[in-house]
Write a protein that binds this ligand. Structure first.
Ligand code: HEC
Ligand code: HEC
Length: 411
């Protein structure tokens, strides 16, 4: 034993000497490198991820992004009344959606008030599994890789490289600049972060990007990284599909209805046919309004993006994972509860020349909807509720990193 100890004591100084020598010889300091983030693709989820080449996920980038996501000073202001964070509207306990119970910002139509009292044009979207979306972000998919319409330069959002108006990175600046959200200016937010005396930020930036410098690009990249790591894959339904849990009989019957054309016929647009994402990420007009040109002229529908007549009144068929928490429902929040939505699909469809052909229940012999009986409706609802992933809602990885700090706000 003693011999071994002697050996180690002899070795240690030798080790220091070798390391020291390197510097003395004028070799460059070790190159800064952030730690690659180990992104685990859940069983059955697609392997193709939407991560720009120039913004790979790193442990340190994600951590910085989490801080910024919850920091109310992203609004560019520090007065308690003027704080607003991304989490003000994207709340973890509501699957990073707003939720029908939001204490301050909700009106019955589900559109929150921005910081200066202007309403968002649409209901809020949840933030999870976005790294699998290749078809475009927002209700109409305007933010998309192939986007050539860089119209929101109107908000004075600085033109960032590559992904400007094309990916989540630019949504960070839209959140800050949009009059109906933080109603700020990116310059102001960056300037504020450059001056706030917070001992952690310089370190967080340095670890994530190599130097403590605070820039537009770094802030948006970090928040986008954090958002890309938000994964929801542990609902009862997902566990049942993986053989880790069992559906109740009600849930299983509901799933069958969901998956069959004679039943509820939901799967064409909301996935579920082998895709655990529960969305196709595509855009449809789901027959909510008697619709003809003029009536369906929504300035922010899918038509506004594509100019294709068939896209009038079409919006994204959002993921139904955590749908329990996504209310009020539809892009305009017109349905307060899940029961209202089910009732709509059962007997409330409205004829429209723009309704998507996959709205089979609009056509003979149905016309108004699924026409399910009350028990089937309960089964369908039970299945939809089995898509709630409680682990997402409470996972500390995604939570407010400083709940006790008054600047860090989550609603
Ligand atoms: C005032 C409320 C509000 C705040 C604050 C807010 N958002 Fe949003 N967010 C929305 C609304 C509403 C939508 C849907 C807008 C639409 O499609 O018309 C949305 C959509 C998104 C989407 C697109 C999701 C998808 O599936 O396409 C992302 C990403 C996003 N927000 C990120 C952020 C980030 C990052 C911040 C902080 C910088 C932020 N949001 C702050 C209300 C808000
Ligand atoms: C033709 C495609 C299509 C079919 C079929 C369809 N949906 Fe939808 N669904 C959509 C679209 C598009 C939206 C968003 C529409 C909007 O916001 O205006 C939506 C929205 C929803 C929402 C609200 C989402 C939210 O976040 O607000 C729920 C819940 C829903 N659908 C459930 C169902 C169920 C259950 C079925 C089967 C009975 C079904 N859908 C069938 C396309 C479809």
């Amino acid at each position: 034993m003693k011999k071994k100890h002697w050996f180690i004591w002899l070795l240690l100084p030798a080790l220091f000497f070798t390391v020291g020598c390197k510097d003395d010889n004028g070799d460059p300091d070790p190159v800064w490198q952030a730690t690659p983030y180990d992104f685990e693709i859940p069983i059955g989820f697609p392997t193709r991820l939407n991560i720009p080449d120039d913004n790979p996920l790193t442990v340190e980038g994600v951590e910085l992004g989490r801080y910024l996501f919850y920091d109310g000073r992203m609004s560019g202001r520090t007065h308690p009344d003027s704080l607003m964070s991304c989490a003000s509207c994207h709340r973890q306990e509501r699957a990073f959606d707003l939720g029908a119970d939001h204490p301050y910002y909700t009106d019955p139509d589900g559109r929150p008030w921005g910081l200066t009292g202007i309403k968002t044009p649409h209901a809020t979207l949840p933030l999870f599994n976005l790294v699998w979306n290749h078809e475009g972000y927002l209700w109409n998919g305007m933010i998309h890789k192939g986007n050539t319409n860089l119209g929101s330069v109107a908000y004075n959002i600085p033109a960032l490289p590559e992904y400007h108006m094309k990916n989540i990175e630019s949504l960070v600046w839209m959140g800050i600049a949009a009059p109906h959200e933080m109603h700020g200016h990116p310059d102001r937010t960056v300037a504020l972060f450059q001056t706030i005396t917070d001992p952690d930020y310089p370190k967080l930036f340095e670890r994530a990007f190599g130097t403590p410098e605070i820039t537009y690009e770094r802030m948006s990249k970090a928040v986008a990284q954090f958002i890309r790591t938000i994964v929801s894959s542990n609902s009862t339904a997902h566990k049942a599909w993986r053989g880790e849990a069992n559906f109740t009989d009600m849930e299983r019957m509901g799933w069958m209805l969901f998956m069959t054309e004679e039943g509820a016929d939901c799967f064409h647009c909301h996935g579920g046919d082998g895709s655990p994402l529960m969305t196709t990420h595509l855009f449809y007009n789901n027959a909510k309004d008697t619709c003809f040109t003029g009536v369906c002229a929504n300035p922010r529908d899918r038509y506004a993006v594509t100019g294709n007549e068939r896209d009038r009144g079409a919006f994204k068929a959002t993921s139904l994972i955590n749908i329990e928490h996504q209310g009020p429902y539809m892009h305009d929040g017109r349905f307060a509860t899940l029961d209202d939505v089910i009732q709509f699909y059962n007997s409330g469809l409205k004829y429209s020349e723009y309704a998507h052909p996959l709205m089979h229940k609009l056509f003979p012999p149905y016309y108004n909807g699924m026409s399910l009986n009350p028990i089937q409706l309960q089964q369908l609802k039970a299945f939809l509720l089995s898509l709630t992933d409680n682990e997402l809602l409470t996972n500390p990885k995604y939570s407010n990193p400083r709940p006790d700090n008054p600047f860090f706000i989550s609603w």
